[in-house]
Write a protein that binds this ligand. Structure first.
Ligand code: GTP
Ligand code: MG
Length: 335
C-alpha cells in the first residue's frame, strides 16, 4: 500500500469553525432527554430493589461519559454481590421482572461476550442494555467524563468524530470497525499529543482517585476542576483539529508498530507491549490500549477487510477537509 505524504493544514481552515460548531451543537442532547433517562433509571431501581435489596444500578457508556448524542440508548450496570451468583440466572430473573412491569422488547442475551438484558421503555421511548458487575466500564466512564471537563475541544472533536463514524458506517464492532469508546480514546490521545498539549495525562499525575476493579488497580488524578484552562496555550480551533485528526489517521499513524495509549498520554511501540494475550483476530491491525485493562486492545475487532474500509474512510475524510468546497456536508454523507 502506498503511503501518501503528510499534507499541510489549509490556510483558510478556520472558515470551517462556525459550521462545524453548528453541527456539534445540534448533536448535544436536550435537557428533557436527560430527565427521561433519569426517570427510566428510577423505575429500574425500583424493580431491581424488590428482588435484590442490596444491588445498585450505575449508568455507564455515553449516557454518563458526556459523549452521548441525542436519541442514544442507555447503558446500565447492575452491581450485585458476586459470591455464588450465576450471571445467566440473574439476567433471566431480571428479564422476567422487567417483562411483568410492562417494559417492552425484553430480551436476555446470556451468551453474548458481555451478557445483557435489552429492553425498551414505552413511557420514555428509551432503549436500554443492562449488564451485571461490569464495574470496569463504570470506572472508564468516569475517566472519560473527567477528561471531557478539561477542555471543550475534546467534547467537540469526539461528538463530530462519532457523528462522522456513524454516518459512514464505521462504528459497527460486529462488522470489524471501531466502537464509540475506541473513537473517544483516539480523540483523547490525539489531544494529549498536540503541541502545546490540549489535554494532560490524568493517569500520569498524582492519583486522587483509586479503586480496584476485577484485580485491576484504577488510579488517576480526578480533581479536574483545577485543570480547566490546561489547554489554553494551544489556540487551535475545532476545524484545524478535525483536519489534523483525520490527516493523522490517514497519513501519519504507523499502523504496524504503534499503540495509542491514553494511560501514558503517548504513542507506544508495539514491541514493548504484550497485546497478544487476549484472543481476537491475532493480527492487531490497529492498536488502541484500554486505559485500565491494558491487555485489552479496542482494535482487536478489526480484521484484514475492515482495516481497509477504515483507512479508506480516514483518507476520504482527510481529503474532504483538505479540498472539498463544502466539507461539512460531504464529511457526513451517508455511505
Ligand atoms: P454510543 O452508545 O455509540 O453513543 O457510545 P458509548 O459511549 O455508549 O460506547 P459503547 O456503546 O461503544 O460502549 C459502552 C461502554 O462500554 C464504554 O463507554 C466503555 O465504558 C465500555 N467498554 C469497555 N470495553 C469495551 C469494549 O471493548 N468495547 C466497547 N464497545 N465498550 C467497551
Ligand atoms: Mg452506548
Amino acid at each position: 500500500r502506498m503511503m501518501k505524504s503528510k499534507m499541510s493544514c489549509p490556510i483558510d481552515i478556520d472558515r470551517l469553525n462556525a459550521p462545524l460548531l453548528e453541527i456539534y451543537e445540534s448533536l448535544i442532547p436536550a435537557e428533557e432527554e436527560k430527565a427521561k433517562q433519569k426517570q427510566l433509571l428510577t423505575l429500574l431501581e425500583k424493580i431491581v430493589s424488590k428482588e435484590w435489596p442490596n444491588a445498585k444500578l450505575f449508568l455507564y457508556g455515553s449516557c454518563a461519559n458526556s459523549f452521548g448524542v441525542s436519541k442514544s440508548d442507555i447503558d446500565v450496570c447492575l452491581a450485585i454481590e458476586d459470591e455464588g451468583i450465576d450471571k445467566s440466572e440473574v439476567l433471566l430473573k431480571l428479564a422476567e421482572l422487567l417483562q411483568s412491569d410492562n417494559l417492552q422488547n425484553v430480551q436476555a442475551l446470556t451468551r453474548a461476550r458481555v451478557p445483557i438484558v435489552k429492553l425498551m421503555d414505552p413511557v420514555t421511548g428509551i432503549s436500554c442494555d443492562i449488564c451485571i458487575n461490569n464495574l470496569l466500564a463504570v470506572t472508564n466512564t468516569k475517566l472519560l467524563h473527567d477528561y471531557s471537563k478539561i477542555d471543550v475541544r475534546l467534547h467537540q472533536l469526539a461528538l463530530i468524530v462519532k457523528h462522522w463514524a456513524k454516518s459512514r458506517g464505521v462504528n459497527e464492532t460486529y462488522q470489524g470497525t471501531l466502537s464509540s469508546y475506541a473513537y473517544v480514546l483516539m480523540c483523547i490521545n490525539f489531544l494529549q499529543q498536540r503541541t502545546p498539549a490540549i489535554l494532560p495525562c490524568l493517569q500520569g499525575l498524582e492519583a486522587t482517585y483509586k479503586v480496584t476493579v476485577d484485580d485491576i488497580e484504577c488510579a488517576y488524578f480526578d480533581q479536574v476542576d483545577i485543570l480547566v484552562g490546561f489547554g489554553a496555550p494551544n489556540k487551535e480551533g475545532i476545524a484545524q483539529l478535525v483536519w489534523a485528526f483525520f490527516n493523522y489517521w490517514a497519513y501519519c499513524h504507523d499502523y504496524a508498530n504503534s499503540v495509542i495509549s491514553v494511560r501514558t498520554g503517548r504513542i507506544l511501540s508495539k514491541h514493548n507491549k504484550d497485546l497478544t494475550r487476549r484472543v481476537g483476530n491475532g493480527r492487531h491491525l490497529i492498536c488502541i490500549e484500554d486505559p485500565f485493562d491494558t491487555s485489552h486492545n479496542l482494535g482487536r475487532v478489526v480484521d484484514g477487510n475492515s482495516i481497509r474500509v477504515l483507512r479508506e474512510e480516514f483518507e476520504r475524510a482527510a481529503h474532504i477537509m483538505q479540498f472539498d468546497p463544502n466539507p461539512c456536508i460531504s464529511l457526513f454523507e451517508p455511505y
